[in-house]
Design a protein. Structure first.
Ligand code: FMN
Length: 155
C-alpha cells in the first residue's frame, strides 16, 4: 500500500499536523505503507497559469517544472491520498488550493480505486471546503472520506 500525504497548514506542529500524525499512526499499525509525506509550504510550487496545456496536449502533462513533479509521481503510485488543511477565511489554505489547481493535469489520467481522506481543522465552519471536495472527488474517481475537527487553540 502507498499513501500520499499533503499537509496544507504552514504550522508543522499545528492541529491538522497532529491529527494527520495520529491518522498515520493508525494507518500503519495494522499494515505497512510506503508513505510520501509533504508539507506543501516547504515545496516550491507555482500557481496554475491556466494555459490549458494539460487539457489540450496529447500527454496531458503540466508545463510548469517545479515541486509538483514529486507530487504528481507520488499521486500516480498511491492507493490512498490524504489532504490535511485548516480552514482559512472560509476555505482550505492557499498552499493546498495551489496544489489542487495544479492537479488539473491529473484529472486527465483515468485512475480508479484510489481513496481520498480529507482532514479539516477549524474553529467555526468547514462546510465550503467539504463541499469543494464532494464536488471534485467524482472528477478524480476518488472514494471520499472526510474527517473534521473543531479546535480551540490560541493563534
Ligand atoms: C488566517 C486564519 C484564518 C482562519 N480562518 C478560519 C475560518 O474561516 N473558519 C474557521 O473555522 N477557522 C479559521 N481559522 C482557524 C483555524 O482553521 C484553526 O485554528 C485550525 O485548527 C488551525 O490548524 P493548524 O494548527 O493545522 O494550522 C483561521 C486561522 C487563521 C490563522
Amino acid at each position: 500500500m502507498r499513501a500520499l500525504i499533503l499537509r496544507g497548514s504552514p504550522r508543522k506542529n499545528g492541529n491538522s499536523a497532529t491529527l494527520t500524525n495520529y491518522f498515520l499512526k493508525g494507518l500503519t499499525k495494522s499494515k505497512s505503507h510506503h508513505i510520501d509525506d509533504y508539507f506543501i509550504n516547504d515545496l516550491n510550487i507555482s500557481p496554475c497559469q491556466g494555459c490549458l496545456y494539460c487539457a489540450t496536449s496529447e500527454n496531458h502533462k503540466c508545463k510548469i517544472k517545479d515541486g509538483m513533479k514529486d507530487i504528481y509521481s507520488a499521486y500516480r503510485d498511491a492507493n490512498l491520498i490524504v489532504y490535511a488543511t485548516p480552514m482559512y477565511w472560509g476555505y482550505m489554505t492557499a498552499q493546498l488550493k495551489i496544489v489542487m489547481d495544479r492537479m488539473e493535469a491529473l484529472a486527465w489520467e483515468y485512475f480508479y480505486d484510489k481513496t481520498l481522506v480529507i482532514i479539516i481543522t477549524y474553529r467555526h465552519h468547514f462546510e465550503s471546503t467539504v463541499g469543494f471536495f464532494e464536488r471534485i472527488a467524482p472528477y478524480f474517481r476518488l472514494k471520499l472520506n472526510i474527517l473534521i475537527c473543531c479546535t480551540y487553540d490560541e493563534q
